[in-house]
Design a protein around this ligand. Structure first.
Ligand code: AMP
Length: 279
């Protein structure tokens, strides 16, 4: 496994990995890796001849009062896990590499970037689409792997790939959860034992939405109300949003249809967590 830190090295190493006719997969991450990330690596390993992973805590997707500086950084452990799971190349650039002084070009997917997390975290998806575009240009993958955990990100990246004709396939992998239902997240490391208990309410609320939908209820408002009742049972949890949306446009749907996306975001103490389910 090779670890490279500069864009020039990544470009030439990825060109070698692609060779004449090898399929290159890319798994973009911010590090602090867990089984969710590793499921993407395994999917890439199974579908591609060679696999590159990136580790980059991207400052442009963090708001001024968010956790950029204290985001968990576990580089050596991450490298060991990626090597174990058969990654060929790790691209771990510095902020200065990715954003040299004076860089002022951004990629924005208008409309959809302002919904769900984009509504609560202004500018977040502009940072995501900009860095992912750069990673795509630098590494030139045939397939890129993302988690359904970040459902809004998936919708936005799909649109970006289509709108800007990136010559690659986006592969979306299912949410990996703990045995008790908590969706794996690098931010779970911030939770105290008590907060971790409280955090389970997100999964319970989504389960309730599924249950109410399965009983034949078609009103999104009723599903949302049922989820909010569950979330209100945990006083340590502050809801950011509960929504039922079209998974492509992220616009609210008022009548629940098959494949609608039920999504929730909430603060557990100071930690913002998200989770979702396709109905
Ligand atoms: P991050 O390091 O948080 O930027 O995540 C990198 C990739 O891992 C993204 O495509 C996420 O959607 C994906 N991911 C994070 N958590 C999970 C999970 N619990 N299950 C599946 N994929 C995940």
């Amino acid at each position: 496994m090779v670890i490279v830190k500069t864009i020039a090295e990544a470009q030439s190493a990825c060109a070698q990995l692609r060779g004449e006719d090898r399929v290159l997969g890319l798994v973009p991450t911010m590090g602090a890796l867990h089984e969710g990330h590793l499921s993407l690596v395994r999917a890439a390993r199974a579908a591609c001849d060679t696999v590159a992973a990136s580790i980059f805590v991207n400052p442009t997707q963090f708001g001024p009062n968010e956790d950029f500086s204290k985001y968990p950084r576990t580089f050596d452990d991450d490298c060991a896990l990626l090597e174990r799971d058969g990654v060929d190349l790790i691209f771990a650039p510095t902020v200065e590499q990715m954003y040299p002084a004076g860089a002022s070009t951004f990629v924005v997917v208008e409309g959809v970037s302002d919904r769900l997390d984009g509504a609560s975290r202004p500018g977040h998806f502009r940072g995501v689409t900009t860095v992912v575009s750069k990673l795509f240009h630098i590494t030139g993958p045939h397939k890129a792997f993302f988690g359904q955990k970040d459902a809004a990100q998936v919708a936005i990246l799909r649109k970006m790939v289509r709108d800007l004709n990136f010559p690659l396939q986006l592969v979306v992998c299912p949410i990996v959860r703990e045995a008790d239902g908590l969706a794996l997240s690098s931010r779970n490391r911030y939770l105290s034992a008590k907060e971790r208990e409280h955090a389970l309410v997100l999964h319970r609320a989504l389960g309730k939405m599924e249950e109410v939908a399965a009983s034949g209820e078609r009103s999104s408002a009723r599903l949302i109300e049922a989820a909010r009742e569950i979330l209100a049972q945990e006083p340590g949890v502050r809801v950011d949003y509960v929504a039922v949306v079209d998974p492509e446009t992220l616009k609210d749907v008022f009548e629940v249809t098959d494949g609608a996306l039920a999504a929730v975001a909430a603060f557990v103490g100071a930690t913002r967590l998200i989770d979702n389910v396709l109905l």
